[in-house]
Design a protein around this ligand. Structure first.
Ligand SMILES: [Zn+2]
Length: 112
């Protein structure tokens, strides 16, 4: 079920009347064209197209949220666990290079 642009526009205007012409997340003022309808509960998670579930978001916030139930990433500025910065595989200190002297078979050197 996709909304027609007419429906979207009237929803936008409803929301502008309630919240003002600004992004719900970053509070930046936007022109009506630059505001998108953002689902608080994503449609894919059962959210409705009603104005209760819709907020106005600027494009970047909307994109940052994606289908998330949560605010855009750049708002929850948690210290991210740097998963990317994992040091390369831990080397186990297995430096026991077993050079066993018994390996030199005396028979081979004692040619008859
Ligand atoms: Zn925003």
């Amino acid at each position: 079920m996709t909304m027609s642009s007419k429906q979207k526009n009237s929803l936008k205007k409803q929301l502008v009347a309630i919240f003002g012409c600004r992004c719900w997340w970053c509070r930046s003022e936007q022109s009506l064209e630059d505001l998108t309808l953002d689902h608080l509960i994503p449609k894919s998670k059962g959210g409705s197209n009603s104005s209760e579930n819709l907020r106005l978001a600027c494009r970047s916030c909307n994109q940052a949220r994606g289908n998330s139930l949560y605010p855009p990433n750049h708002f929850s500025r948690q210290v991210k666990n740097s998963t990317k910065n994992r040091s390369s595989k831990h080397c186990h200190p297995l430096h026991k290079v077993n050079k066993d002297p018994k390996f030199v078979d005396p028979k081979t050197t004692l040619g008859q």
